[in-house]
Design a protein around this ligand. Sequence first.
Ligand code: KG4
Ligand code: ZN
Length: 321
Amino acid sequence: MLTLGIESTCDETGASVVLDGKTILSNVVASSAEIHAQYGGVFPELAAQGQIEAIRPVVEQALAQANVTGQDLDLIAVAKGPGLIGSLLVGLQFAKGLSIAWDKPLIGVNHVEAHLYAAMTQADVPLPALGLVLSGGHTLMLLIRNLGDYTLVGTTRDDAIGEAFDKVGTLLGLKYPGGPEVEKLARQGDPSKIRFSAGNVKGHPLDFSFSGLKTAVLYALRDKPVHGPDVAAAFQETAFRDVVEKAQAAMKQFGCKALVLGGGVCNNLRLKELLPNAFYPPKELTLDNAAMIAGLGTAQFLRTGTPDSLDLSAMSRIPFV
Ligand code: KG4
Ligand code: ZN
């Protein structure tokens, strides 16, 4: 079964051809991140414009690299959300157009679910498992009973963890996106030199809050003679220890047999040291990409047997219940 995946939830435009939901024949990603660097965060209108410019060449490249034509495909899978509405609409409309032109079934998938699916394609993950999505747009924990059967058990009340890394990167004068840069700087620092504390949400012990930690970094840099690498190390250690503690508490509470990670932040090697037994996606599937969309779309289509109609809408938020 040949599936074309399309990803356009934020500032990355992705297209990928995947065979039988697992074998990646191509995985093309274009990003408008450089344009957003000057703003220190994603500028939604410019991200949508970037999608419009990139979508056609990216899809053409993905088909060419896989050495297939539109007629060879069995399914078109597209990320229907959550994400920036302007960006989402570009990928969704393009996918609908291809579905009509080539007369192929269309299926919409949840981008957050796809981040976790990226790790689950690589190994037999024992269930129930705890899914931990750590990205620029999302920080959440899902109880995974089965594919398609999830319960949200924790989420951030303010910033996503990747967003906090990016903002701390800006405060430290690092280039955007800050996550990988903060990790590099942290390696030269001593996390015990500064004490930060992570945010807790009253009455919701499995929820996250990173905005206080980010403000603490701002004040530390403004008020004290601190060393940048120590600030980066202390911030990173505090944020990750909070994530690890809450993930372990959730696993215990819900009897989870495994921990599955997804999203850009799980590229961080310090996090891998703290959670050595978790399931991680391969590196090329951690950041936003369309192979994870094609993979999940294939599994979803084979499970339900029904495609989506052309009424499929883009959703900036998709609640997990
Ligand atoms: O999964 P992704 O492409 O975005 C969303 O779906 O939102 O992840 C991007 C995020 C950015 O915030 C980036 O700074 C962060 O992942 N990131 C990292 C690292 N690599 C990427 N954060 C910490 N350490 C890293 N090594
Ligand atoms: Zn993402």
